[in-house]
Design a protein around this ligand. Sequence first.
Ligand SMILES: Cc1cc2nc3c(=O)[nH]c(=O)nc-3n(C[C@H](O)[C@H](O)[C@H](O)COP(=O)(O)OP(=O)(O)OC[C@H]3O[C@@H](n4cnc5c(N)ncnc54)[C@H](O)[C@@H]3O)c2cc1C
Length: 334
Amino acid sequence: MAVDVLIVGAGLSGIMAARTLLERGCTVRVIDKGRSVGGRLATRRVGENGLADHGAQFFTVRNSTLQRFVDRWRALDLAYVWGTGWSDGSVKRTVSDGHPRYAVRGGMNKLAKHLAQGIDISVDRLVVSVRERAEGWALEDSDGNACESRGLILTPPMPETLELLTASGVHLSEDDFAELRRIRFGPCLCGIHAVNGDVDLPEPGAMQNFQSEVYWVADNQAKGISNTTIITSHANAKFSRQNWDASEADIIRALESAVQPFLKRGARIVQTQLKKWRYSVPLTTHPQETLLASDLPPLAFAGDAFGGRGRVEGAFTSGLAAGTAMAEALASAN
Ligand SMILES: Cc1cc2nc3c(=O)[nH]c(=O)nc-3n(C[C@H](O)[C@H](O)[C@H](O)COP(=O)(O)OP(=O)(O)OC[C@H]3O[C@@H](n4cnc5c(N)ncnc54)[C@H](O)[C@@H]3O)c2cc1C
């Protein structure tokens, strides 16, 4: 069945675009290749009682629209202030800068699940082709399922979006292509470590130090989302790029040795899972919150790489902007 708008990606930006379009009376379908909604708002179960956020760890708010949503999520006890600053790991004291870092009860993925309620979303479907048709778009997934729409919003990290457009033979204008190609993403090697024993991370349970190869180490139990001790570690883009093709055992060894100083005497890592994020955060962003392609049926680009903010905040505002721009483009085409 045809819908007004197809959205590729059920991460935060795709979900917010869908909500905006639904509020404006459009019909929408969101398609995602992942097993569940959320994209990089990712939480993994570890053993019977453990949980770890292994994508976004927390989010900040500099925007009044997002603040209004956050106030609602806090009233629902969905979001809470995890802290107001991190230790750099060199001293035990955490320096507060007064800005709240929010986390989500039950893990960051719960936020995506909450926001996705009531939206027509198909998961486990890799979109392999998006083609122009007379008055819109035709999309196909890897199982050969097809759907049609008047408008299309693409939210995957830009390298994946450009790959999809190239494979589909969609010709962007030279200006659009040049702007989108400027967006770059960095990789992140992430460790999810199950620990037997106590952790010695400064309050509120994390260290962040951008001078270190492993710049983030956090205790999901101190964060309040796990009943057992599960640590998340993140390596920076340079280290992750250099070690991307190293053996899993070597990467895990490097991540574990960065975590070791934050374990109390007698505690030990009993298991480490490795997650490789090829596109973790944008290193260069587009200044506008969304981009409408020129000379094509309505096509909008969205995601955390739009609007200059990056991160959860950027994905949120970009999704809203893409939904609004698409609704306006469809209305003016009527
Ligand atoms: C390791 C890591 C740490 C981070 N830490 C923080 C943090 O502490 N604070 C913060 O604010 N942000 C952080 N971020 C960034 C934050 O997670 C993202 O900015 C935000 O979640 C991006 O949302 P999005 O909707 O733009 O993209 P995504 O969440 O990536 O959504 C895009 C979706 O598109 C889907 N997709 C891609 N290609 C296809 C296809 N061909 N067919 C179907 N579906 C497709 C993907 O499965 C995905 O679900 C971190 C990210 C990572 C990876």
